[in-house]
Design a protein around this ligand. Structure first.
Ligand code: SF4
Length: 138
């Protein structure tokens, strides 16, 4: 059976910064069939629910990985860069274990964002560097 990975909020986990999910029924049905391994880079990085909304500052996720940009909380600018880098590395470790056909990622997230909807997130950038196929889900 083919295996996929997906942002945990897409399968219905209430793990977004505001304690909500962003359920995609197609991805949720895949989970019910045992085809999807969910993961949340921000929780893997040690962050809580809820947590401040964050934004990329000075570049995209790839630049954060390279140390030339940061991730800052919107309410006060606390630097979340190290946690985001940790979460990306742990996400990549899971992907190397699962070897998914594709990884479905929530659009417009500083971690999971990829595709045309805004800058690529930190975890998305590392997963892409790892050679994985990414799909963006709104
Ligand atoms: S980090 Fe990714 S999986 Fe976690 S809540 Fe944000 S978009 Fe969803």
């Amino acid at each position: 059976m083919k295996l996929y990975m997906a942002s945990a909020c897409l399968v219905g986990a209430a793990c977004r910064y505001n304690g909500e999910a962003k359920t995609d029924e197609t991805i949720r049905a895949m989970l019910a069939r045992g085809e999807v391994v969910p993961f949340c880079p921000e929780l893997l990085g040690g962050m809580d629910i809820p947590r401040p909304a964050m934004e990329l500052s000075g570049g995209d996720g790839g630049a954060v990985l390279d140390g030339t940009a940061r991730v800052l909380a919107r309410n006060g600018g606390v630097d979340c860069t190290a946690a985001m880098q940790d979460g990306a590395r742990r996400s990549l470790a899971i992907a190397f274990a699962v070897r998914p056909e594709r990884i479905f990622l929530k659009a417009r997230s500083p971690s999971c964002g990829c595709g045309a909807g805004g800058a690529e997130g930190v975890a998305a950038a590392l997963l892409r560097r790892g050679g994985f196929m990414l799909d963006s889900i709104e």
